[in-house]
Design a protein around this ligand. Sequence first.
Ligand code: ADP
Length: 398
Amino acid sequence: MGKVILDGVTKRYADVTAVDDMNLEIEDGEFVTLVGPSGCGKSTTLETIAGLTLPSEGTITIADRDVTNLPPKDRGIAMVFQNIALFPHMDVYENISFGLRLRDYPKDEIERRVERATDIVQLEGMLERMPDELSGGQRQRVAIARAIVREPEVFLMDEPLANLDAKLRVHMRTELQRLHKELDTTIIYVTHDQAEAMTMSDRIAVIDGGQLQQIAPPLVCYNEPANLFVAGFIGSPSMNFVEGEVTATGLTTPNFDVDFDPGQLPGVAEGDHLTLGVRPEDVYLDHTGGDISNPTQPIPARTDVLEPMGDEIFVYLLTGEAADTSMEGDPAGAENQLLMSIDPSSDIESEEDVEVVLDRERVHLFDTQSGDAISHTLDFAAVEPGTRETEREAEGDD
Ligand code: ADP
């Protein structure tokens, strides 16, 4: 059925490699979202699957057929784009059935398919309306119904909600999930909006610079990002990053130290440059950190800007020199900032001296140079003074 395989797909334009050796295996019935910043190659990847552009290298298989060189109409796909081009002089029924009428489908078959599609996207009773009598969301539903009547093996959707207002976009997200459940068909969806990707997909494929960074269920990308790019792209507000150097007893950064036994991390040695990553919700005020079983040692900080969001408060913390009010000048660069999300009932104020802790179970370490993830936890014992030598001796004895 609608399984899609991209094997080494590369697309080069004169001076750009838009897609670089893309390998993807999308299961039949799966909802996979291609996500990444503007210009990362999402649309080009989708266009190679659709057959709107031919790859420079690699092969594409849809439902066990090599479609690499087939025209779009023979691939068993249907596309929904950001710009919904409905025929203005045709009513909803005529717009939805246009492709079927063009292909001379029998009248009763067309009626059956249109009825099913309008039922799924909830456009019943609107079949005689003209496009200018529809809202943006209804027009988008017509476009989706037009794709549904084709009964494709695979739906390809390129930012279909981008032109809708924020409220409608959130509503359409739920509709698309419902649609996916009802149709039980493969959907490949492109968006630059990580929230959209997180909420709808079975798996998300994070792309940067034409290259696949990680493909995994949304929460795996969130909790176990493969590298610095994924860690920074998935999640809003973004993960905090602090660069540091490995010592015998942990990581030393310009602003604070975090102790752990580097010997527990394979391939990590003293002097290595690592980047510590921690999400705002995994930073706690020391006195409330009692909820977490394994906090880091307290980090002195000074509260700066507060952003009350209603359900949480974002607190911008200054650490290291920036927290020290006796320092001259304004050393508050991004490298000294740590964003913390706390309970809205907190009576915290700005310019307060506090101590914060990080949840060791949720601290990430990345190789600063390659960006690759090394660990998604520091939930292991710190080095007790003298222990490492003892351990080494013990290992030597074996
Ligand atoms: P995205 O969908 O992630 O925003 P695209 O796939 O549209 O990114 O583009 C990826 C890269 O390929 C960009 O640098 C873009 O400028 C380039 N590109 C896309 N289409 C063409 C084209 N027809 N000719 C030349 N360069 C292109």
